[in-house]
Ligand binder design. Structure first.
Ligand code: ZN
Ligand code: ZN
Length: 180
């Protein structure tokens, strides 16, 4: 399965190679070592990309649509959210003489070094998914979160706790009224 994402550059067509594929949770996990696993899990990803070359330089342009799931950062319920994005990579051959500088220069975003006649798309796509997942996952924009006092999920019910926390939306409303 994963091997199908290894691109043989020696048979790359002149006009480029267009690829459309889908991958799942297991594939995503296999991209990472156990201690590097992201907090979220992948439900599914659909990728559409075009691989072209100019001399030794390989260009990958594409778009991905994924679904990921992670605990909502407010209410801690599992939330599944869509991720959509475009990506562009430039790959240049790694040369023996600049092997020492490889680590430093490879940090330059979206430029990757390749060796030999194959490019593996899997780590590239996995990296893109990680980059495009928002820092904060919410089950919904207006998730009410948990009561800081009793811990009840305020999306599902209410409690009798008296909170000193001023609701931002109410505060705005108050100021508005004062102006009249
Ligand atoms: Zn939530
Ligand atoms: Zn409460």
């Amino acid at each position: 399965m994963s091997d199908s994402l290894k691109i043989n550059l020696t048979i790359l067509p002149e006009e480029g190679l267009r690829l459309a594929f889908s991958e799942d949770a297991r594939w995503f996990k296999e991209c990472f070592s156990a201690d590097e696993l992201p907090e979220f899990s992948l439900v599914r990803v659909d990728v559409n990309c075009l691989i072209t070359r100019s001399g030794d330089t390989i260009y990958i342009r594409g778009e991905l649509a994924a679904q990921i799931s992670q605990e909502c950062s407010r209410c801690l319920e599992l939330a599944t959210i869509p991720i959509n994005g475009d990506f562009t990579y430039t790959l240049v051959p790694a040369k023996e003489e600049n092997a020492e500088n490889l680590e430093l220069t490879a940090q330059e975003l979206e430029t990757i070094y390749y060796q030999g006649d194959f490019i593996d798309l899997a780590p590239i796509i996995c990296e893109q998914i990680v980059l495009q997942v928002p820092m904060k996952i919410l089950c919904s924009e207006d998730c009410k979160g948990l009561c800081p006092n009793c811990g009840i999920n305020l999306n599902m019910g209410s409690c009798d706790c008296h909170s000193d926390v001023v609701d931002d939306r109410l505060a705005v409303l108050k100021n508005f009224k004062v102006k009249h």
